[in-house]
Design a protein around this ligand. Structure first.
Ligand SMILES: [Zn+2]
Length: 288
């Protein structure tokens, strides 16, 4: 086995400081950033917190991300993403059929996040009553199982559509202060729409969860393949069943105000291998 010494390191130099910009501004500021992977071709994306990178290598190769083997499809496509706060760099290793290893060290660009205060929530939604702890724990487990299930790769490499269009009222990564109590950050994007608005699949996928959960109300999880999932929260009605294969643009359900919600809206989340990604970065600016 030969370990190739040639390494790619991203960023080659720091061009930017921290970001305190809206997603669309980040995309336009950074669209000229060049990002390369040793022995793979980048199809889309670059390393910044909350973003997804889609790349392609030879289908017979193996890909390790931080020493963990990640899924690769029959044509050699693989993906990886970055969480809200990525403190250390990531190591991507491509291993060919001769067992040669090609390494890329990736330090995602850091972003700054907003602080969002929400008051007037029912106290039971900020600190749940004891008798509901069991239900909440079982909800978390169901979501975890659904998000780690595997599904065939769909068409998300061509991009994502917005599942609804409306006013964005909550963004990815914001620090939440609920009734003056600091809580974990918000990982979805909140889009204010009237109750009963059609929610469509942003890309094709397999339905891996349809449940009524304590915090997120009527919820659907769609696995797009390669461990990438979309979650749709606070629905008023679900129109798909567990195991359904849905096409991009087809109806999943209708928006609502169920669970911990202060008004009719859709909360859309995306995750990859336990990392929470920014849906706005993946779907791009919303055109009404
Ligand atoms: Zn939300």
């Amino acid at each position: 086995m030969v370990i190739k010494l040639a390494k790619y390191i991203f960023p080659f130099f720091i061009i930017f400081g921290n970001f305190n910009l809206f997603c669309s501004e980040i995309t336009s500021t950074t669209k000229n950033i060049e990002f390369n992977i040793n022995h793979a071709e980048v199809i889309s994306g670059f390393p910044i917190e909350g973003n997804l990178v889609i790349a392609k290598t030879k289908p017979e190769n193996k890909v390790l991300f931080n020493n963990q083997k990640i899924q690769i499809d029959d044509s050699g496509i693989f993906i990886f993403g970055f969480h809200r706060d990525e403190e250390s760099s990531s190591k991507l290793v491509i291993i060919n059929s001769e067992n040669d290893q090609f390494e890329t060290i990736i330090q995602p660009i850091k972003r700054e996040y907003k602080i969002q205060r929400i008051n007037g929530l029912k106290q039971s939604m900020v600190s749940p009553p004891k008798e509901l702890i069991k239900k909440i724990k079982s909800d978390t487990k169901k979501v975890k199982i659904a998000r780690s299930s595997s599904a065939v790769i769909g068409d998300f490499t061509k991009g994502f559509d917005w599942p609804v269009k409306g006013t964005i009222t909550g963004v990815y990564g914001s620090q939440r202060i609920l009734n003056d109590v600091p809580k974990s950050p918000h990982f979805g994007i909140d889009i204010s729409v009237p109750n009963g608005t059609k929610v469509i699949a942003p890309a094709s996928g397999t339905v891996t969860l349809t449940e009524d959960l304590y915090y997120s109300g009527l919820t659907v999880i769609l696995n797009h393949g390669l461990n990438l999932n979309s979650t749709f929260l606070h629905l008023s009605e679900i129109n798909v069943k567990l195991g359904d294969r849905v096409n991009r643009g087809s109806l999943i359900g209708f928006s609502g105000n169920t669970g911990r919600s202060t008004g009719p809206h859709l909360d859309w989340r995306i995750d990859w291998n336990g990392k929470r990604l920014d849906p706005e970065m993946l779907a791009g600016p919303m055109k009404q």
